[in-house]
Design a protein around this ligand. Structure first.
Ligand code: UGY
Ligand code: MN
Length: 254
């Protein structure tokens, strides 16, 4: 850091209310009360046009948020990208390693602590839960993607999908992992009401966002707003994979 050693340029693209590509080089640190020993970037928020808030966090050894994150109508989700993290919900401790995650329902808070000797990197997410008449509240979910089955996406053998949360109507959101082998692609350009917050875990792709093709790679974050056209081709030599949010199971308000 300090004096520049090249032209000032960036691959990031910000289209308020539509979509955003945020690359790791441009991330800045945010101080947020109760998050100790953390480097936090808020990559999606209502200020961008998103209905949720998503953070990329690097937490040092001994870092934590013991006040509790979420609750009071806000559901939360954490996914570990590197290292390990302890998450405590309702007195129960979940010891997460890479690929581990916890979903916390809107009535509870999550405490997060890095009790390891190394730094850890994780994706954190919050959104206001939308109750539905006659549908019971969601529950705590924790697992590791290594334990979950990947299914072929739309019958294509070079694209797989993992659902991280139950498809039960109690849940108004889910997180998924889509993985494309090089050359694999979506079957068509999607246009849908749901939003996504996507963190790119591996590989490279050409992504169509609002009918603009942009190159993206591991470490990038993409926010896709409602109805923004979206699809990708995987390029390069390794699988292109991302973990992403999706709202679901609710009738839009008018
Ligand atoms: O679930 C989805 O809507 C997903 N196929 N979208 C995406 O990858 N952009
Ligand atoms: Mn989509």
């Amino acid at each position: 850091m300090g004096y520049r050693n090249d032209l000032l340029s960036s691959r990031s693209i910000i289209r308020h209310g539509s979509y955003a590509l945020i690359t790791p080089e441009g991330l800045v640190n945010n101080i947020i009360p109760h998050f100790e020993k953390c480097r936090i970037s808020v990559v999606a928020s209502p200020k961008l046009g998103a209905s949720f808030v998503q953070y990329l966090i690097n937490m040092e050894a001994g870092g934590r948020n013991t006040k509790g994150f979420g609750g009071d109508g806000i559901e939360t989700f954490v996914y570990v990208v590197e290292g390990s993290l302890d998450v405590i919900v309702d007195g129960i401790k979940y010891e997460l390693t890479e690929g581990g995650y916890v979903y916390t329902p809107p009535s509870l808070t999550m405490i997060i602590e890095n009790n390891s000797k190394e730094g850890t990197k994780f994706v954190l997410y919050k959104q206001r839960y939308i109750p539905a008449d006659g549908i019971k509240e969601p529950w705590v979910v924790s697992n590791n993607v290594k334990n979950l089955e990947a299914i072929f996406y739309d019958d294509m053998e070079d694209v797989t999908l993992i659902d991280l949360l139950p498809t039960d109507l109690s849940f108004d959101m889910n997180f998924h992992i889509l993985t494309f082998q090089p050359g694999g692609s979506h079957p068509f350009i999607e246009t849908h009401v749901q939003e996504h917050g996507a963190y790119l875990l591996s590989g490279e792709g050409m992504y169509n966002l609002d009918n603009n093709w942009v190159s993206v790679k591991k470490g990038d974050f993409i926010w896709m707003g409602p109805y923004v056209q979206q699809a990708t081709y995987a390029i390069g030599y390794e699988p292109f994979s991302y973990v992403y949010s999706k709202d679901c199971n609710r009738d839009p308000e008018i």
